[in-house]
Every structure is written in structure tokens, then in C-alpha cells.
Design a protein around this ligand. Structure first.
Ligand code: B3K
Ligand code: ZN
Length: 896
């Protein structure tokens, strides 16, 4: 397979104005009649029509009702003898396909007896021959015909205009989508489904029908998804003035899905994981994820669907922007400031652990990539999460004195973006231009050209900050400098535009005013904009040396080296008014302790890596009368093994694990009485509520249970684990139950096996809960090298099914990606397992296989014997002749 380049973009030679599709649905042989109206693109030189297709059986091609000659170029259908005029003409194509054999879950497939489609990025060509590219936008009419008993519900995009019975027990439904769309937003669903329905009236007074379709037994798990959808509709109208543009908006859940969800126009298709929830089966995290994914897909209705991408290199145009919008939505839903900060911390944690790692590895790519082999490999944390940070920086950079967060300016920019481009397929440049043009005189408008390097340059910039206090002048000079490491294909980088939001504190924790030399204004916080490689900023009227609180709220996606001493970080941990930086100070202190211990020859299993002062500071946080439980939980959680490893140039996963376990045990025993207090103090009596405050309390209790079980096992105490086991059995909601179960498993107490058995019995019919059961065992601590054998054994369990992506991810991905110490075995058995599973999955579902393949991304930093063994395993996969493009691209980049 060859790479596709962004620079090679050319407009299509033909436009498709309308599409009229008729489906005769049958699991093994579905007939698709595709009647299109096309015309030549007058701006492009005359050339043959080349229609994409994949795994289709072609029966007939008619042009203006008559037969025509055609040929095949591989799987591309080529029509050379089309009318030469620029008038529209009719093209009719009749094909069949086999949905039941479709294990890739791209195109039309069957899941538990129901038909579903997935067309993004290039799945529509598996349904019919088409110009399968996002800049071809057409009007769709869709008629579905199927057996009425087996498929009583027939859905497609837009409005239902007609339905009725046919002969032989079949029936039909005809749908018309009032909006033009690219084919990747096409969808159909047919099967036995039931819906929760809700009628709403928008601000402008129009009525809409909202529906959430699920399998008959799942209706009692749809209330939260429906509430999230109603909240999303209201939020987009209130914050951005973007109303629902359809009479009917549908969500359908399926248990076989390659990713989270899909924003098909008016007919979103969701992984059940992001729809179904009730307190007994879903955790607080699940509730939060559902809110954010429902919001995300709904927000795509404008950012993605009304304005779409010109080509797939512009993917972040819709994905980065829509992640930004869903993050803002979740923050607004969380309400109180402290809960907003918690959401921001969680988002940044994902960015830094997953995206920074991607940006430092073989798959590093710019937010707007320059080339790809398989587009499905580029639905990445860089496109999504870093893309969102780029949009967030734009908002920050259009701030003005009266709009200090930039929200009003950004909303103005969005308004202009829709005025200019509604109904079009555009580029990241078009978006940035609209935001800047709507905000003349702001930093974004001033530096737009340079700002766009965030789209073109890969890699995580490093920001160094050093402060110098001049007592005689009562001034403080902050020197900021930036560099960015080389990434594949980009050896040198130009400076970025980096917004650095900061505040100053006195050593005893008071807020100090910020007054730049030469200016009369003084504020408590401001955003400096670094555009050069190096710049100096001097603040005046300071009576003593301040402690800088830099990059507040994580104002730019960079690695900050501020050179702060442990004392300064302690000051921030105790006093910073910016909750993000307060949390960050604690993380930095723990990270410093870890890196220091890893650099020594000490016996890591017994080392007391955390200083008494740090333990005491963490105790103060845990016992703090005003801080929220959710914030406490985040602050008292050690950086992950993967994040610690990211700080090292050479990684021994076993040493990192041993050290982190020792640190955790130290925190567990030193604060044992405090954990016991927290477990008691933060009970949440009464009916389950999924709000931020209640879920924060449960999260902190969960951490307390784990810490207490760890200390108890160490001390040979069975009483406390017995108490946790009781909490597990008596729990009135899944969060508490799963936290208790997980505390037993993580501590390795003997009650864990019993609890796992009980859990399976209780939830044997709840697929999403059984996924949790598999995942917990795949990620369990490996005390005796027994996790891998257990994983292999679990693959033989009657509930395991490699074809179901959720199940494969729950067991195999948990082990390979979320359990480094169990995976990186000195005997290389983990890597052998990985290569077997990548190959097995590749034969079924290349997209899922390629995700698993990425578990080895960072192999070249491993110490021996891991490094060589990992390479052998990757080479073993690469040696397979008939690999998918998806896996081939990942493993060849890893080996390059
Ligand atoms: N746009 C889809 C992702 C499609 C992935 C294709 N491999 C979901 C989303 O981002 O909302
Ligand atoms: Zn998206």
C-alpha cells in the first residue's frame, strides 16, 4: 500500500447531487440499488469517473437508463464513456454484499441480528460504488425493505416520509435527509429495537423528537443518555447559538462497534458502553463518559456535519474542535469551579500520558498530518486531544480585558466560521482564519501565521522558565525559552506561539499582583505570549522573591521545566489558587521523588521515596476542610507507571513498577489513619446521584479502600479486607461495588478470588459489567507471573469472544497496554502473546488489530532484555505477508 499525501489534494472530477438508495436487507445477501445524479465538475479537466468500491458484487451499471461499458482498476469502478456535456446525468448501480461476513464492522454489518452501518472514514464504499471522499456532498433518499418480524424498526438519516407493508411478510420505510452530506455520515439501522422518546421545544419554539434506541431489555438503562442528549441540545444553543436542525434526532446502541460512537446525520450510532447506564451496572466514570460522548456526537451535528472536512488530513478540523466543545460542555455541566478544575485535570492527564507519548514515538504526526497509509490509523489522541488544545489556545489568545477567558471572542469566531462555510467541506486553515478575523487586534490575529505551526509541526514543545529576583529593584524577571524535539520526517522546528498563563505567590502563599515593567496595570493573573525562541518578562513592585505559578490551567500543551525547588512546589501545593497547578505541584513532587529513587542503586522495594515533608503535605490535602473529595483523590493518586516511564530516556518497566508499588505502600501506611477517616467521612448515604460532588466522594473512598487493603495485606490484617469485602457485597451502586472489588484484587488479598466469582455470578447477563470483570483481571498486579496464564485461560472462558471489540479490548488491551509490569516479562512471553493476538485480530478486524499493535510503540526506549525481545515480536508481525494496511503501517513505523 502506498502513502497518500495532503499536498496531492485535487478537487473531484464529478459532483454527486443526489443519491437514491434502495436496500433489500438480508444478512447474507443484501441488494443495494444506487441511483445517483451526477455532473462533471466544470473546474476540473475532463477525465473518467472512478468510483471507490470494496468487497462488492457488481450486477448492473446503467447511464441515463441504458447500458454502458465499464472496467475495473483493482476494486475501483471506472466509467470512461460518460456524456461529455456539463449537464447532469443519471447513473444507476446495482450491487450485493454480505453483511453477516463483515467482521471488520465497516460498511453494512450484522450485530446480534440487527443491521448497522459504519462509514467513516471509508466504509461507504463497502455498501455501494461511490466517490467516497468527504468533499462530495449529496442529498440522500433511502428506502429500506426487510422482513417485518425480524426487522420491525427501519431507520436512516433525516425524516421518515413513508412506510408500509410489502408482500411475503416484508415491509419498507423511506427516509429523506433534508441536509446535504458527505457519504461518511450515511447510516442505516434495521432490527428489533425499542426507544425511549422525548419531545423538546427549542428556544426558538420549534419542536423535536429525541429517541434512544436499544435492545428490548435495556430500556431501563437509557435515562442518563437521554438526559445528556437534552442537555447537549440546550448547551449548544445557549453557548454557541447552534440549534438542532432536524425534526428528529436518534441515537442507536450496538454492542459490536469499533470505537465509541459515530455522528451520522440525525442517526448517531453508539457503542452500548456510551449509552447504557443505571446505578447498579455503571460506574461514575461511565456516567461521565456517556455525558461527554453523547455531547461530542451531538456537537458534531454542526462541527463536522454542517461544515465538514475537505479531505481526511483535515480530520482535526472537526475532531479537535468537537473534543474542545465536549470538554467545555462537561465542565459547564459540572457546575462549581472546583468540579470544572477536576475535569480539566482529568483531560490533561489523558493528554500528557497518552498524547505526549504518541508525540514522542514512531507514530508522531502533526495535528494536520502530511501523509498516511491508512486513514483509520489517524483517529489518534493527537488529532483529537492535542487538536482540542490547539482550539483551546485560540480561545485563550482572543481574550481581551473585558473577556478575560476569550469565550465571547471565540463564540464570535464560531459565528463567522458558520457564516462563511455552512454547507461546505473546508480546511483547518479556514477555521483558524475565521476565528482570527472575528477578533482583530488580539494575539491570535497578530500571530495567526505562526500560530498555525501547531497544525503543521509534530512533537511536544519543551518550555523552560527561569526566574530571577532583583531585591534592589524589587523586580522579578522571568525568562521563557522553547525547543521542540525532532519527530519522524521533521528534523528541525520553528518556534510556536505559546500562551503562558501565570500568577505569582509570596513564599507564605499569598497572591501577589502582577505588574509588567513599563505598565501601570496590575492584575492577579495574566497570559504571556511566547513567540520567540527566548523572551524575558520583568514584573515590578515585588517586596520579596515570588513563587511563580506557570502555565495555569495547562494553558498550552507543552512540557514545562520551571526548575522550581521542592519548597516552592510545596508552597504551590498548599496555596495555589489555580486548582490545576495545585494538583500539578503534588504530581511534580511525587515524580521528582520517583525519578530520584530510580536513579539510585537502592533496593527499590524497600525505599522510602517520598520525603516526610511531602507525606505531611499530602496529609494536609487529604484532611483539608475545604478541598473537594474529587480533587483530593486526584492529588493523592501517584503518577502512573507509564507517565513515570515517560520521564526516563531508558525504561526498565519492572523497576518502575517496583518503585511505584513501594511509593504507594508508603503512602498507604504513613496515612493509614487518614485513609480510615476518609473512608468513613465521605460516605454517600441515600439514593445514588451521579453529580460531581457525590462521584468525587465515591472516588476518594475508592482510593481509601485500595490504600487500606494494601496496608492491611502488608500487616497481615484480615479485618479491614473483610470489611471491604462486606462493602463489596452490600454496595448499592456499581461504583462502590467495583471500587471494593478492585481494592481486593489490587491488594492481592485472598478474598479477591471469591469476590470475582460472586461478581461474575451477579452480573453474568450484563455484557458491559462482564467487560469490567475481564478488564480488572487483565490489569491485575502480577505478583507471581500468573497474570498472563490467567489471561490465556480467560480467553477460553465461554463469555470471551475475540470478534466483539469491547470484549477483546477489555481483556487483551488491558493486559498489553494497561499492565506494564505484567506485560514486559523477562521471558518475552507477553510480547509473544501480543504478536499472536495482533495477527489473530488482523484476520477479523484490522482497525482493532492496529490499535493493539500500538501497545509496542515505545519499545526502543526499553532496557535489555525487553528491547531486543520486543523488536523480535514486532518483526514477527511485520513478517506476515498478508497483513492489513492498518497493521502494516503501525509496525513498519515502529521498526523504522
Ligand atoms: N467520527 C467518529 C470516529 C470515526 C472513526 C473511524 N475509524 C467518532 C467521533 O469522533 O465522534
Ligand atoms: Zn468526533
Amino acid at each position: 500500500a502506498t502513502a497518500i499525501h495532503r499536498e496531492a489534494y485535487a478537487a473531484p472530477a464529478f459532483w454527486i447531487d443526489s443519491v437514491d438508495l434502495t436496500f433489500d436487507l438480508d444478512p447474507t445477501k443484501t441488494r443495494v440499488l444506487n441511483k445517483m445524479r451526477l455532473r462533471r465538475n466544470p473546474d476540473v479537466a475532463a477525465q473518467p469517473l472512478r468510483l471507490d468500491g470494496e468487497e462488492l458484487n457488481l450486477a448492473r451499471v446503467l447511464v441515463n437508463g441504458g447500458g454502458t461499458s465499464f472496467k475495473m482498476d483493482g476494486e475501483v469502478l471506472v466509467l470512461e464513456n460518460l456524456p461529455e456535456s456539463h449537464d447532469a446525468f443519471d447513473l444507476e448501480i446495482f450491487t450485493t454484499c454480505n453483511p453477516e461476513k463483515n467482521t471488520q464492522l465497516m460498511g453494512l454489518y450484522v450485530s446480534q441480528g440487527t443491521f448497522f452501518t459504519q462509514c467513516e472514514a471509508e466504509g461507504f464504499r463497502r455498501i455501494t460504488y461511490f466517490l467516497d471522499r468527504p468533499d462530495v456532498m449529496a442529498s440522500y433518499t433511502v428506502t429500506l425493505r426487510a422482513d417485518k418480524t425480524k426487522y420491525p424498526v427501519l431507520l436512516s438519516n433525516g425524516n421518515l416520509v413513508e412506510q408500509g407493508d410489502l408482500e411475503d411478510g416484508r415491509h419498507f420505510a423511506k427516509w429523506v435527509d433534508p441536509h446535504k452530506k458527505p457519504c461518511y455520515l450515511f447510516a442505516l439501522v434495521a432490527g428489533q429495537l425499542v426507544a425511549r422518546e422525548q419531545r423538546i421545544t427549542s428556544r426558538s419554539g420549534t419542536e423535536h423528537l429525541l429517541q434512544v434506541f436499544v435492545r428490548p431489555g435495556d430500556l431501563d438503562k437509557t435515562e442518563h443518555a437521554m438526559n445528556s442528549l437534552m442537555a447537549s441540545v440546550a448547551w449548544d444553543e445557549a453557548r454557541f447559538g447552534l440549534p438542532l436542525d432536524l425534526e428528529r434526532f436518534m441515537i442507536v446502541a450496538t454492542s459490536d462497534f469499533n470505537m465509541g460512537a459515530m455522528e451520522n446525520k440525525g442517526l448517531n450510532i453508539f457503542n452500548t458502553k456510551f449509552v447504557l447506564a443505571n446505578p447498579a451496572t455503571a460506574t461514575d466514570t461511565d456516567f461521565g463518559n456517556i455525558e461527554s460522548v453523547v455531547g461530542h456526537e451531538y456537537f458534531h451535528n454542526w462541527t463536522g456535519n454542517r461544515i465538514t472536512c475537505r479531505d481526511w488530513f483535515q480530520l482535526s478540523l472537526k475532531e479537535g474542535l468537537t473534543v474542545f466543545r465536549d470538554q467545555e460542555f462537561s465542565q459547564d455541566m459540572a457546575g462549581i469551579d472546583s468540579a470544572r478544575a477536576v475535569k480539566r485535570i482529568e483531560d490533561v492527564r489523558v493528554l500528557r500520558t497518552v498524547q505526549f507519548a504518541e508525540d514522542a514515538g514512531p507514530m508522531a504526526h502533526p495535528v494536520r498530518p502530511d501523509s498516511y497509509v491508512e486513514i483509520n490509523n489517524f483517529y489518534t489522541v493527537t488529532i483529537y486531544e492535542k487538536g482540542s488544545e490547539v482550539v483551546r489556545m485560540m480561545q485563550t489568545l482572543v481574550a481581551t480585558p473585558t473577556d478575560s477567558l476569550g469565550r465571547a471572542g471565540f463564540a464570535k469566531g464560531m459565528k463567522l466560521y458558520f457564516e462563511r462555510h455552512d454547507g461546505q467541506a473546508v480546511t483547518c486553515d479556514d477555521f483558524a482564519q475565521a476565528i482570527a478575523d472575528a477578533n482583530p487586534g488580539t494575539a491570535l490575529a497578530e500571530h495567526l501565521g505562526q500560530f498555525k505551526r501547531w497544525y503543521s509541526q509534530a512533537g511536544t514543545p519543551r518550555l523552560e522558565a527561569r526566574g530571577l529576583y532583583n531585591a534592589a529593584e524589587r523586580s522579578y524577571t522571568l525568562s521563557l525559552s522553547q525547543t521542540c524535539p525532532a519527530t519522524p520526517g521533521q528534523s528541525s522546528k520553528e518556534p510556536f506561539v505559546i500562551p503562558v498563563t501565570l500568577g505569582l505567590l509570596s513564599r507564605d502563599g499569598h497572591v501577589l499582583p502582577l505588574q509588567l515593567a513599563g505598565s501601570e496595570d496590575s492584575t492577579l493573573q495574566r497570559t504571556l505570549v511566547l513567540t520567540e525562541n527566548v523572551a524575558h518578562f520583568t514584573f515590578v513592585n515585588l517586596d520579596s522573591e515570588p513563587v511563580p505559578s506557570l502555565l495555569r490551567g495547562f494553558s498550552a500543551p507543552v512540557l514545562l521545566d520551571d526548575g522550581l525547588s521542592a519548597d516552592a512546589l510545596m508552597c504551590l501545593l498548599a496555596h495555589d489558587s489555580d486548582a490545576f497547578n495545585r494538583w500539578e505541584a503534588g504530581q511534580r513532587l511525587m515524580l521528582q521523588s520517583a525519578v530520584q529513587a530510580l536513579g539510585s542503586d537502592a533496593d527499590l522495594s524497600n525505599v522510602q521515596a517520598l520525603s516526610p515533608a511531602l507525606i505531611e503535605a499530602l496529609r494536609q490535602v487529604l484532611r483539608h476542610p475545604e478541598l473537594d473529595a474529587a480533587f483530593k483523590e486526584l492529588t493523592l493518586t501517584l503518577p502512573s507507571e507509564n507517565y513515570i516511564a515517560d520521564q526516563l530516556s531508558l525504561v526498565d518497566p519492572q523497576r518502575v513498577h517496583t518503585l511505584r508499588e513501594a511509593m504507594r505502600l508508603q503512602l498507604a501506611t504513613a496515612l493509614q489513619a487518614d485513609w480510615a477517616w476518609a473512608l468513613d467521612h465521605y460516605r454517600t448515604p441515600g439514593a445514588y446521584q451521579s453529580d460531581a460532588t457525590s462521584s468525587g466522594r465515591r472516588a476518594l473512598r475508592g482510593l481509601a479502600m485500595t490504600m487500606l487493603c494494601l496496608a492491611a495485606v502488608q500487616q497481615g490484617d484480615d479485618v479491614l479486607p473483610g470489611k471491604v469485602y462486606q462493602l463489596f457485597k452490600d454496595a448499592s451502586n456499581m461504583t462502590e461495588r467495583f471500587n471494593a472489588l478492585s481494592a481486593l484484587v489490587v491488594s492481592g488479598h485472598t478474598l479477591a478470588q471469591d469476590a470475582l466469582g460472586t461478581f461474575h455470578k451477579l452480573f453474568k447477563d450484563e455484557a458491559l459489567v462482564i467487560d469490567k470483570w475481564f478488564a480488572l483481571q487483565g490489569s491485575a498486579p502480577d505478583r507471581a507471573g500468573d497474570v498472563l496464564p490467567r489471561v490465556r485461560q480467560l480467553m477460553q472462558h465461554p463469555d470471551f469472544n475475540l470478534r466483539n471489540p469491547n470484549r477483546a479490548r477489555s481483556l487483551i488491551f488491558s493486559y498489553c497496554s494497561a499492565n506494564p509490569a505484567a506485560f514486559h516479562r523477562a521471558d518475552a512471553a507477553g510480547y509473544v502473546f501480543w504478536s499472536e493476538q495482533v495477527l489473530a485480530l488482523d484476520a477479523i478486524n484490522p482497525q482493532v488489530a492496529a490499535r493493539l499493535a500500538r501497545a509496542m510503540d515505545r519499545w526502543s526506549r526499553l532496557t535489555e532484555p525487553y528491547r531486543s525481545a520486543a523488536k523480535v515480536a514486532i518483526e514477527r508481525v511485520a513478517a506476515k505477508a498478508d497483513l492489513s494496511n492498518d497493521v502494516r503501517e503501525v509496525v513498519s513505523r515502529a521498526l523504522n
